[in-house]
Write a protein that binds this ligand. Structure first.
Ligand code: UT7
Length: 316
């Protein structure tokens, strides 16, 4: 059986820390409301000199350095995002040039919102054997401040900017990531309209509807990945869930009776970074020695679409 391992991670977040207190000067909100409803205490917002490209480049370089591989060894470069610097060419093609990836590297962006990183890892696992080179560079990156309505207190307090990267390796004797993916077309509950619609191009969300979807989709996704892998939760070393809302995660953890020490998150200082959320958390865990060689992380993302995706990733 062929499959994929996680080799290394990288992360880049903007310099500017925006605290809940800072937000109280923009909208009618409070630190108490934001913390108790979401678990978020601060987030990072891109400022001058920072961009989607600069975040992607920094995260990608870090992951490649950690892996000890050069650009010529990468066969596939995928960026999960919906907030790139340009509508086209995509962020992955920009990385091809800036990182000096070979011209036959498969480079493209994909948009599966907050589930995008898992979609991208899965896609890399299928493209690498065709490409013939073992290593893939997979990123989740967002500059959500570009599509944030700063007058809408129910969304502007949630989102942050950042980029997370991973080098993955395909191998004939590597484990199947046991990916599960799906979607329901429900743009009425979560949508960024785009530039051509006449509507303001900002995040529109029915928070409660998304919440109800998430507390059902997240545990279901965990169970489906475990069933596909034929293992129980005890075989998983870390649960890495999309950092959308601490309450969603707490409810899922309780429902699945997972050990809380295996479910540490970072939403308190990142906010919701959509596609970047899972790779940013993976990087924190790897950097802190909380996800080690040979250990497995069960990752689940969910978001606009509505989409969801889960996978079991082993660190090489
Ligand atoms: O990335 C994946 C997609 N996104 C998600 O997963 C988000 C899922 N949803 C959520 O996380 C939550 O629904 C929110 C955090 C967005 C909102 O929390 P909630 O507990 O569902 O609040 P609510 O929308 O029911 O609003 C409750 C009250 C309302 O006031 P009234 O009508 O009760 O007087 C809101 O106007 O809270 C008010 N409110 C706020 N108050 C202070 C809404 N936003 C704020 C705010 N500060 N920032």
């Amino acid at each position: 059986m062929s499959g994929l391992k996680l080799v290394s991670t990288g992360a880049a977040i903007p310099a500017e820390v925006v605290t809940n207190e800072d937000l109280t000067r923009r909208v009618d909100t409070s630190d108490e409301w934001i913390v108790s409803r979401t678990g978020i205490r601060s987030r990072r917002w891109c400022g001058e000199g920072e961009s989607h490209t600069s975040l992607c480049l920094a995260a990608a370089r870090q992951a490649m350095e950690q892996a000890g591989i050069g650009p010529e060894e990468i066969g596939v470069c995928l960026v999960a995002t919906f907030t790139g610097d340009r509508m086209t060419p995509g962020a992955a093609t920009i990385l091809q040039g800036k990182l000096g990836l070979r011209e036959d590297t498969v480079c493209f962006d994909l948009n599966a919102a907050c589930a995008g990183f898992i979609y991208a890892v899965h896609t890399a696992s299928r493209l690498l054997p065709v490409n013939g080179r073992r290593y893939g560079l997979v990123l989740g990156a967002e500059v959500l401040t570009r599509v944030t309505d700063f007058d809408d207190r129910s969304t502007c307090v949630l989102f942050g900017d950042g980029a997370g990267a991973a080098v993955v390796e395909w191998g004939e004797d590597y484990p199947d990531p046991c990916t599960v993916m799906g979607c329901q077309a429900r743009d009425e509950v979560l949508c960024v309209p785009g530039i051509h619609t006449g509507e303001e191009n900002v995040i529109r969300m029915d928070g409660q509807a998304v919440f109800r979807f998430a507390v059902e989709a997240l545990p279901r996704c965990v169970e489906e990945v475990l069933a596909k892998a034929g293992v129980g939760p005890e075989a998983v070393d870390r649960f890495v869930f999309h950092q959308a809302n601490q309450r969603i995660i707490d409810l899922a953890v309780r429902k699945l009776k997972l050990p809380v020490e295996k479910c540490a998150g970072n939403i308190d200082h990142t906010g919701n970074t959509s596609a970047a959320s899972i790779p940013l958390l993976l990087d924190e865990l790897v950097s802190a020695g909380q996800l080690k060689q040979g250990q497995r992380a069960l990752c689940v993302g969910f978001g606009a679409g509505l989409t969801w995706a889960g996978a079991l990733l082993e660190l090489r």
